[in-house]
Design a protein around this ligand. Structure first.
Ligand code: NAP
Length: 453
C-alpha cells in the first residue's frame, strides 16, 4: 500500500498489507475486547472519549500535516477536520448515555421498554476525502454504544489509518477496541463474512456501496451506506444573489471539490441567471490552486492523479456533447494533481456532468423558467444526499426543502454541512441509514424489546 503526496507526486511511505492470518488474529482480538468493553460503564467510556477528543486537539498540527501529505487538502481545512473530530468525540461522550437510555412504553404489562444493546465488532470501510472525520463520526458513537470497531481505510491514506488506531490506544481505551486492517477493497468481502463481524458501514462511491450491501445481505448483516451525491442548489429570483454565489462557490470548492455533500449543480431562475453566473464565475476564477500549505490558496491538488484525470474526462466528454466551458477545464502543467475551478453551462441529459458525480472543483449551471422546472432537474438524478435553496422567502424555502427536493439533508440559504447534532445520510443511490446525532448511535445497536408481566 503506497502513500503518495499528491502535491509533489513523491512517495511518502510504503505499507505492507495484512495477510490472511493477521486479519483473522486482529478480528479475534477485537472480538475478545468486545466482551469486556460492552460491560464498561458509561462513565468510563465517557472519560476515555473525552481524552480522545483532547488528544486530537493536542496533536492537531501534526495530524493535519499527515492529512495534507496523504491526500492534499489545504492545511487550514485539515486543522478544521481534526477539530471537528474532537467535537464529535466530546458530543458523544456527553450524550451517548442519554441517547441509549431505556425507553419505557406503556402497555397492559407490569413493565415494557426498549433497551439498546451493542452488536459487537463493526467493520467500517472509509474513503480518503475526509480521512479523519469520516472515521471519527463512526468511531465515537460506535465505541460509546459499547461496540468495537475495525477500520478498512482507503488505500491511499494508510498513514492516517494507522495513526487513528494509535490515537485510540494513546487515549487509554482498552487494547483492541479499535483496530486498523491494511487490506484492499477486494478483501472486504471475507471480513464481512467472518462470523466475528456483526455489521458493516461504508462511506464511499455508489459501486463500492452496492458491492458491500450485497455481501452483507448474503450473510444477513446490518449495513449503513453513505455514498455519493450530485447535490443541487436552487437559486430563486428573490435570493440574495451575491451571498448565494459566495456560499455556492465555498461549498463547491471545499476540499478541492471532493466532498460528497459539495454543491455540484446550480439551478438558477432565468431572471437572475446572468447576475448569478457572472458572480459565480468571477469567484471560481479568482480562487487559486497551489501548495496546500500556502495560506493564500483556496484549493490544493486532488487526492490522486488518476482521480484528476478521470474528472477531466467527465468534463471533456460533456463538452464533446455540447456543454460550454465558462472557466477552467484543463490539466495544468507539472507533477501535482491540480485541477482548476471549472464552470460548465448548457449541461443536458446524456452528459456525464448531468448524470454523474463530479468529484472535484467542477460546477454545472442550469437556467430554468420556473421553480417546478428547477425541482424537476434537481430531482432528475440517481443521487439524493444533500440539496439547497436560496430565497428570502423562508416559508417557500421550508416548503421546497420538506416537500420538493429528494435528499437526505436540505439547507435553506446555506450549504449542507455535517454536524454531530444533526442526522446525516442520503436516499436513493446515496445510501441508507444515518450517521451522527441520536439517529447515528442507534444504527449499530440491538433495539431490544423487554416485557415483564
Ligand atoms: P471508493 O472508491 O468507493 O472507496 C471508498 C472505500 O471503499 C475505500 O476504502 C475503498 O478501498 C473501499 N472499496 C472500494 N471498492 C470496494 C468494494 N468493491 N468492496 C469493498 N470496499 C471497497 O470511494 P472514494 O473514491 O474513496 O471516495 C469518494 C466517494 O465517496 C465519492 O463518491 C463520495 O461522494 C463518497 N463519499 C460519501 C460520503 C457520504 O457521507 N455520503 C462522504 C464522503 C465520501 P480502496 O481504497 O482500497 O479501493
Amino acid at each position: 500500500m503506497k502513500s503518495v503526496n499528491p502535491y509533489t507526486n513523491k512517495l511518502n511511505k510504503e505499507y505492507t498489507n495484512h495477510q490472511k492470518n493477521e486479519i483473522n488474529n486482529i478480528l479475534n482480538e477485537v472480538d475478545l475486547a468486545f466482551h469486556d468493553w460492552k460491560k464498561t460503564p458509561f462513565e468510563t467510556r465517557k472519560q476515555l472519549m473525552h481524552q480522545l477528543g483532547n488528544q486530537l486537539e493536542l496533536q492537531k498540527e501534526e495530524l493535519a500535516d499527515l492529512i495534507v501529505s496523504e491526500m492534499g487538502k489545504i492545511k487550514k481545512e485539515a486543522i478544521g477536520e481534526i477539530q471537528k473530530c474532537a467535537w464529535v468525540c466530546k458530543y458523544y461522550a456527553d450524550n451517548a448515555e442519554q441517547f441509549l437510555q431505556n425507553e419505557i412504553i406503556q402497555t397492559e404489562n407490569f413493565e415494557s421498554y426498549v433497551s439498546f444493546q451493542p452488536l459487537g465488532t463493526v467493520l467500517t470501510v472509509m474513503p480518503w476525502n475526509f480521512p479523519f472525520w469520516q472515521v471519527f463520526r463512526f468511531l465515537a458513537p460506535a465505541l460509546m454504544a459499547g461496540n468495537t470497531g475495525v477500520l478498512k481505510h482507503a488505500s491511499n491514506v494508510p498513514g492516517c489509518a494507522m495513526v487513528i488506531e494509535k490515537l485510540v490506544k494513546k487515549a487509554g481505551f482498552p487494547k483492541n477496541v479499535f483496530r486498523t486492517l491494511l487490506i484492499s477493497g477486494s478483501e472486504v468481502k471475507q471480513v464481512i463474512e467472518n462470523p466475528l463481524v456483526k455489521a458493516v458501514t461504508l462511506t464511499g462511491s455508489t459501486p463500492a456501496g452496492k458491492s458491500v450491501a450485497s455481501v452483507a445481505g448474503s450473510v444477513l448483516k446490518k449495513s449503513v451506506l453513505e455514498l455519493g451525491g450530485s447535490d443541487p442548489y436552487l437559486i430563486l429570483e428573490d435570493a440574495d444573489i451575491k451571498e448565494a454565489a459566495k456560499l455556492c462557490v465555498s461549498s463547491r470548492l471545499l476540499n478541492a471539490g471532493q466532498s460528497c455533500i459539495g454543491a455540484k449543480r446550480f439551478i438558477v431562475m432565468e431572471k437572475v441567471y446572468e447576475a448569478f453566473k457572472d458572480e459565480f464565475v468571477r469567484l471560481m476564477e479568482s480562487s487559486k490552486y497551489g501548495n496546500p500549505n500556502d495560506e493564500e490558496i483556496a484549493i490544493g491538488p486532488l487526492a490522486r492523479i488518476d482521480l484528476r484525470d478521470e474528472l477531466h474526462q467527465q468534463v471533456m466528454s460533456s463538452v464533446g456533447k455540447g456543454a460550454k466551458v465558462l472557466c477552467g477545464a484543463y490539466i495544468p502543467d507539472g507533477e501535482s494533481a491540480f485541477y482548476p475551478p471549472t464552470v460548465l453551462e448548457n449541461v443536458q441529459p446524456g452528459m456525464a456532468a448531468y448524470h454523474e458525480e463530479l468529484f472535484g472543483p467542477v460546477a454545472s449551471l442550469f437556467k430554468v423558467k420556473s421553480v417546478e422546472e428547477g425541482i424537476k432537474i434537481a430531482n432528475d438524478t440517481v443521487f439524493g444526499l444533500g440539496a439547497g435553496v436560496f430565497t428570502k422567502d423562508k416559508e417557500k424555502g421550508r416548503h421546497l426543502a420538506e416537500k420538493g427536493l429528494d435528499a437526505g439533508c436540505v439547507f435553506v440559504n446555506d450549504f449542507v454541512k455535517s454536524d454531530p447534532r444533526l442526522p446525516f445520510g442520503g436516499v436513493k443511490e446515496s445510501g441508507y441509514g444515518r450517521e451522527l446525532s441520536l439517529w447515528g448511535i442507534r444504527e449499530f445497536v440491538n433495539i431490544k424489546t423487554v416485557v415483564i408481566k
